[in-house]
Unconditional design. Structure first.
Length: 191
């Protein structure tokens, strides 16, 4: 194995570990020293493998998005578009996908003000996620020509629901909103 391959492998390993750390601790207030200590390295070694903190953060966000897409693709194909929406909501409110979605919301909030690398990475991540979501909805019976529209609505609504989730988890109003969203996305699929 060449030194270049070894450095690339180490960068991937650090990216995975940094992603795990950020999914647990969040982006706001992220400091390289505690992150490096948690990864068993130094902040200087992180900067050796990444061009700077922005490169590390961008890599973490891309890694988290790749995990979200992989998780989406691992879900069983739903029999209907409505069932797909409900299954995605369930998956998005527990475990790995919930943490990845929360990280996306945090990055999107920072990107909203034009802060980089958040704005650029969130824009790219959203493009990749909604394309995967459109494919997943198509597998559940949504016509391919309606899938991008359905995916955009589903993504936007779910992000809004994710913002309220810590306050409204398990409430009848939230449950009703999710059911309404499933009906709306299913209606797009029927157009």
């Amino acid at each position: 194995m060449s030194d270049e391959d070894s450095a690339s492998d180490r960068r991937r390993e650090l990216a995975e570990g940094a992603t795990d750390y950020v999914l647990e601790h969040g982006l706001i207030g992220l400091s390289l020293r505690p992150l490096a200590a948690a990864l068993g390295t130094s902040d200087r070694m992180l900067l050796y493998h990444f061009a700077g903190k922005d490169d590390l953060v961008a890599t973490v966000l891309h890694t988290s998005n790749a995990r979200s897409v992989a998780h989406l693709r691992s879900l069983p194909v739903a029999a209907t578009v409505r069932e797909a929406v409900l299954a995605l909501w369930t998956a998005s409110t527990e475990g790995q996908l919930e943490r990845c979605q929360r990280l996306y919301v945090e990055a999107a909030a920072l990107g909203f003000f034009g802060r980089e690398p958040y704005a650029g990475v969130v824009r790219e991540s959203n493009r990749v996620w909604t394309a995967a979501l459109a494919g997943w909805l198509t597998a559940a019976g949504c016509p391919a020509e309606a899938a991008p529209r359905a995916a955009n609505l589903l993504d936007a609504a779910m992000m809004g629901l994710q913002l309220d989730l810590p306050l409204d988890r398990g409430t009848p109003a939230l449950d009703c909103s999710v059911e309404d969203l499933a009906d709306a996305v299913a209606a797009i699929a029927r157009c």
